[in-house]
Each structure stands twice: as structure tokens, then as C-alpha cells.
Design a protein around this ligand. Sequence first.
Ligand SMILES: *[C@@H]1O[C@H](CO)[C@@H](O)[C@H](O)[C@H]1NC(C)=O
Ligand SMILES: *[C@@H]1O[C@H](CO)[C@@H](O)[C@H](O)[C@H]1NC(C)=O
Ligand SMILES: *[C@@H]1O[C@H](CO)[C@@H](O)[C@H](O)[C@H]1NC(C)=O
Ligand SMILES: *[C@@H]1O[C@H](CO)[C@@H](O)[C@H](O)[C@H]1NC(C)=O
Ligand SMILES: *[C@@H]1O[C@H](CO)[C@@H](O)[C@H](O)[C@H]1NC(C)=O
Ligand SMILES: *[C@@H]1O[C@H](CO)[C@@H](O)[C@H](O)[C@H]1NC(C)=O
Length: 380
Amino acid sequence: MSAIILSLALFSVLPRVSGHSAFWHPSMFGFNVTDKTFPYDNRPVAPIKNMPFSQWWFHNHLDFPPNAGDIFELPAGKPATAEIACNKGATSYFASSEGGDIRDKNNPNNVCPNSSSEAYHTKGLDDLEGCALAIAYKNDVRAVQPEDFTVFSVNQTCVWTRFTDFQVPARMPPCPEGGCICSFFWIHSPKSGGEENYMNGFKCNVTGSTSNFAVAKSKVARRCGSDPENGKTQTAPANCTYGAKTPFYWFNNERNNMFEGTFSPPVYNDRYNFLDGAQDDIFIDSYLSIPNPAPNAAMPILADVSAKNPIPTTFNTSTPDHACTSTSNANTDSDYSNSYKRDMSDVYKRGGTRSFAFMEMSKRSRRLNIHRRERLWNIW
Ligand SMILES: *[C@@H]1O[C@H](CO)[C@@H](O)[C@H](O)[C@H]1NC(C)=O
Ligand SMILES: *[C@@H]1O[C@H](CO)[C@@H](O)[C@H](O)[C@H]1NC(C)=O
Ligand SMILES: *[C@@H]1O[C@H](CO)[C@@H](O)[C@H](O)[C@H]1NC(C)=O
Ligand SMILES: *[C@@H]1O[C@H](CO)[C@@H](O)[C@H](O)[C@H]1NC(C)=O
Ligand SMILES: *[C@@H]1O[C@H](CO)[C@@H](O)[C@H](O)[C@H]1NC(C)=O
Ligand SMILES: *[C@@H]1O[C@H](CO)[C@@H](O)[C@H](O)[C@H]1NC(C)=O
């Protein structure tokens, strides 16, 4: 109780800077939108919820495009550093901010100077749920549909530092002429604020590309990690969506793809198989097979793309070929569905690790490992 009174008191004496957070860059749509531009507060940092499609899509900033030539570069195989802050004045772009420079001189990484971390919806380092960058291989923003976006990079410790690195997958193919369309997506922890989406669209371009394999058609991410706070102590790896995944569209009035409740928001981390860093398995040649996900389905088989050619698995392929027994309706239009499918339950039995399908998940992210392809759900 006294802690609440104290924090309320502190809050009232601190200058009211701002709250929430946005991705800031001159390549973004809505770069100069202030709280006066719209009849309602539609600054890029304002959260999105309970809105019709026209109002939430691209934050309703499509009429506020970046200046010609302003583009956010995505160097294939390297990190791209974004600036995420609760106010434009806390970023390198303070000069065009209504409040001027409010950067923290003592801590350039401060997301929200003179505010507690609750202003950007986290109670601390262990209460971060991650954020994502998604890409659409289209150069016309008006042609981009929600289903066109694929998440290509995740930072699970976002939003915590103003300068946030997003690893760009090494195999990102080049963008069409004029570049691609990207967007920042974030849904914060339920412990520090209500249900909200964040979306900031921007123009982007892949540089240093060395691959021409396209990004696969993205699919809705399924909930498959443990969630002890909601009574789910075990993971269900075979229930995950593998490969290219669509961002979360949640809690709006139209075109949602997620329907989770207030206290179990969809999040960009292992709980939805969004591994930390580059999403290296989003390409059309990333998998030999992706069975329809379900808690008891077969696991997918990663392709060895380093060999440029799928190499045969080390599993005993003379085992009888079981039909996929999954009843899930997802993935039926899979780009991979013509690759061979095999019930791999025998593989786990053989290895004596059948129970691995129900392991506890740690906070640390898994990694894809082509040399241990039978264990997509590696944890260390
Ligand atoms: C944003 O405002 C600054 C300062 O007025 C201006 O130089 C810049 O061109 C504007 N950018 C856009 C995209 O409107
Ligand atoms: C933030 O706090 C510092 C020290 O308390 C103060 O000097 C500074 O003016 C404040 N900045 C803003 C933007 O209010
Ligand atoms: C997330 O961003 C932080 C801050 O820039 C960085 O230290 C960290 O390495 C990034 N995580 C990944 C997986 O790139
Ligand atoms: C995108 O990057 C490629 C490779 O560096 C370059 O050739 C192309 O001109 C860039 N496109 C834009 C719109 O910047
Ligand atoms: C499997 O995924 C679905 C869709 O996200 C979810 O509703 C269900 O709870 C998940 N089941 C398990 C056991 O993880
Ligand atoms: C593969 O499985 C078949 C049938 O179960 C068995 O006869 C054969 O010896 C196995 N081969 C290898 C290399 O394990």
C-alpha cells in the first residue's frame, strides 16, 4: 500500500514526459505526427486497440509517408540498430520533436528519460516480452495487406534500451525496386498496462543480399511454449508454427489474427516460437517438411540450406511412412507440403527422449541447429 502511495507521489512530482514507445526513424510513416495532427492522440507512440482496420493499420499514418530517399537499411547477416523511445525527443531525431531534446545525458540508452520503466510497460528486465520487425516484399505500401508481413527479426529483451539491435537473417533476398515495406510490432507484458498493440510502418531495404530464395508465405503463430503464470507448465513443441510467421494483430475491431485474452497476450518470444534474433527459417527452402502443427503432431524437418541442397536426414527412412495424423487445419496450403511427411514419433522413442516433447522452457531462447535437426526445440 505504502509503495503504491509512494509511486503515485513520485509520479505526480516528475514532469510528465510521455509514455508507451515507438520505433523512430525518418523512414517511418508518421514521423512528424503530433498529438494535434489527428482529432485524437495518434502519435507514433500511442497504443492501438479497439479500432477499425483503417484506424489501426499502419497506425493510420499512410497519409504521412517518409521523405523520398529515407529508407531503413537491413544488412543481410548483420544487426540493424533501431531507436525505440517513448518520445521523439529522446532519440537522435529530437530536432523535429515538439518538445525538443529530452535525451538522458547520463544514459543514452534511456527509452523514456525521467520516467520509470512502467512508462514503457515493463516492471523490469524479467518482465520483457519482446518485439519484432516484419517485412513485406512489396514496394507499394497501399498494396500491403496484414497477411503480407513476415517477422524476420525479434529482440526478446525489447523494450529496454533505446538502441535496440535486430539481427537480419543472412539469407534475406533483395527487395523489389524502390525497396520493401517493414513494420515494428510490439505487445507488452500484461503486468504493466492493459492490452495494446504497437505498430510503426517504415520503408526498408535489404542490402548485401546473397540469396534469392524468397520468404515463404507467413502463417499465424501458434501458442506452444510454457506459460506458468496461466497454469501451463509444459511446452508443446509440435504445436508451434515453424517457418515464416505473421505478426500479431490483436484486440482491434477488425482483421485480428489473435484472440487471446487480456492476461495471456500473444508475445514475440519462444512462447510463440519467435526465437531471439534473426528468424533464419522463414525461406521457401528452409524446411524439408512442416507437418500440420498440433500438440501430438510430428516435428518438422529442417533443410540443410548451407549445402544449398536439402541433404537426407540421418533418421532411418526405411521406417514405414505414416500419414500425418494431425487434425489441425493450419498449414494445409503449406509451401512445403509436397516434401515428404513422416511421423517422427518413432525417432523420439528410439532416442529414448520421447518425453522431450514436454520439457519445461527456460527464459533463454532456443536456437535452430541444423546439425541436430531432430531437435528443433533445443534449450540451453
Ligand atoms: C519532419 O519535420 C522536419 C522539421 O520540420 C522536416 O525537415 C522533415 O522534412 C519532416 N519530415 C517529413 C517526413 O514530413
Ligand atoms: C529530467 O530530470 C533532470 C534531473 O532531475 C532534469 O535536470 C531535467 O530537466 C529533466 N528533463 C526533463 C525533460 O524534464
Ligand atoms: C537486443 O537489443 C539489445 C540492445 O541493443 C542487444 O544488446 C541484444 O544483443 C539484442 N538481441 C539480439 C538477439 O539481437
Ligand atoms: C536497395 O539495396 C540495393 C542493394 O544495395 C540497391 O541496389 C538498391 O538501390 C536499394 N534500393 C533502394 C530503394 O534504396
Ligand atoms: C496449441 O496452439 C493453439 C493455437 O495457438 C492453442 O490454442 C493451444 O492452447 C496450444 N496447445 C498447447 C498444448 O500448447
Ligand atoms: C532401418 O529400419 C529397418 C526396419 O525397422 C531395419 O530393418 C534396418 O536395419 C534399419 N536400418 C538402420 C540403418 O538402422
